[in-house]
Design a protein around this ligand. Sequence first.
Ligand SMILES: [Zn+2]
Length: 344
Amino acid sequence: MRATVMYKAGDVRIEHVPDASIQNPTDAIIRVTRACICGSDLWPYNGGPNVTGQQMGHEAIGVVEEVGRDVQRLRRGQIVVMPFAYSDGRCMFCDDGLQTACVHGGFFGNGGEAGGAQAEALRVPQADGTLYPLSVGEDDALMPSLLTLSDVMGTGHHAAVTARVRRGGTVAVVGDGAVSLCGVIAAKRLGSEQIIIMGRHQQRIELARQFGATEVVSERGDAAIERVRELTGSFGVQSVLECVGTEQAIDTSMSIVRPGGAVGRVGVPHYTTIPGAQPMFFRNVIVAGGPAPVRAYIDELLPDVMEGRIEPGRVFDRTVPLDGVPDGYRAMNEREALKVMVQP
Ligand SMILES: [Zn+2]
């Protein structure tokens, strides 16, 4: 079968790899019908972690092709959404709704035991706990929005939840990538009154406004911090959704959160220490977040997608076949595309 393999910075190829096959009785094989390229895939693409030979992709919707003998809840032919982490659905962390800490869990497309989703097919470990069956056809018009439940919408929601977004509250969303825009959707959905998007890309800002952002801060660094303070009666916001992961993003986040407020981090940190330990202490600031347990959030978010109350699929502005994946990486990296959908 064909799959996406990254060799080094800027070098992504479509190659023939061994067919996905059942290895454990709890596995399933899905034929990938939709996948996408994630902002986090761009980190190794830009020379971050060394990923030589790694199969890429962790977001997918697919059709169940085969199930292992211990798989009970799935059958061939079902359309399923695949969260970016696999999980058994049975351990104490899964019970707590933290499937990304599952004792039998792991991540797709990061060089671990599981392969990548930017491929024709994929082996899904712990299939019963991982895959979420959908009651739609393979080419349903809602596919783009359903696909975001695999990662970006669930991740934006996790940023909002861990930043303790509340009804009537004030929120700043750091970044204008797909997760940030989904964070705006999540903040609006949870009843925020003021939603400040911090970004400067014109089309993305426009989409953020349509998703519910009430104000835009396009300045950077100290000027951005100053502007957020102006917009919030000098106090800062109750909730910061940090959806980028760079040092500047966490710096800004720590400077615009108000006393007693919370920063929800979902951008994979490119930094090793969180700045502002003393102000954080004296201002009673909470810093939370991590890899989103998107599996836990599908129950809550799916009805809103199915009934059209939220349209996170609007973050996709380009669709490519598998052969178009390398150019999709380039386009996202150059910010020519916001988020690229892959239709293998
Ligand atoms: Zn578990």
